[in-house]
Design a binder for this molecule. Structure first.
Ligand SMILES: [Zn+2]
Length: 170
């Protein structure tokens, strides 16, 4: 495709130099890139600028990749003033052991539907035993039915107690 005409006007040296970095990155639009390419073929001044960019890019790529030093974390933490950290104590969320966090229990156990259904089942099993002389293994129904509610409540009480203890301890 020799002698193909572009419908784009020729690019000026100023515009060419301003887009050289993107040209090398390959981030220019196709037509723009072509205009720069055509200009570079005929303009030694811009060719020199291009070579300088290429040399700079080459230097940057030859530089070793730098990571943070091994004791980076420790130095950052050491630079944090301990007094201001302490003064923000009220802003920090009081923490409880993971086992006491609400999210530890599966959602279906925490669900009000499960808890209510369990209590209804426990009540039904209890009534069956008390009024209709149901066999003793109906007691399992009572225990299993009350379990979700009991677990959620017990965890809640322990969490409140733990938080109260932590707060009083400072
Ligand atoms: Zn030029």
């Amino acid at each position: 495709m020799t002698g193909r005409k572009t419908d784009q006007p020729p690019i000026s040296c100023t515009d060419c130099c301003a887009t050289l970095q993107e040209y090398l990155d390959g981030s220019l639009a196709k037509t723009e890139s072509m205009r720069v390419f055509l200009h570079l073929r005929t303009c030694t001044g811009c060719q020199t600028a291009l070579e300088q960019w290429q040399a700079t890019f080459g230097l940057l790529e030859a530089m070793p990749a730098l990571g943070p030093p091994a004791d980076f974390d420790r130095r950052i933490l050491a630079a944090v003033p301990y007094e201001s950290y302490r003064s923000m104590a009220d802003l920090r969320q009081p923490r409880v052991p993971v086992i006491l966090a609400e999210e530890t229990l599966p959602v279906w156990v925490r669900s009000p539907v499960t808890r209510l259904a369990g209590m209804v089942m426990a009540a039904a099993a209890g009534i069956a035993m008390g009024w209709f002389q149901a066999p003793p293994n109906f007691a399992y129904g009572v225990v299993v039915g009350l379990l979700p509610e009991a677990v959620v409540r017990l965890q809640g009480m322990l969490r409140v107690a733990t938080l109260a203890l932590r707060r009083s301890g400072g």
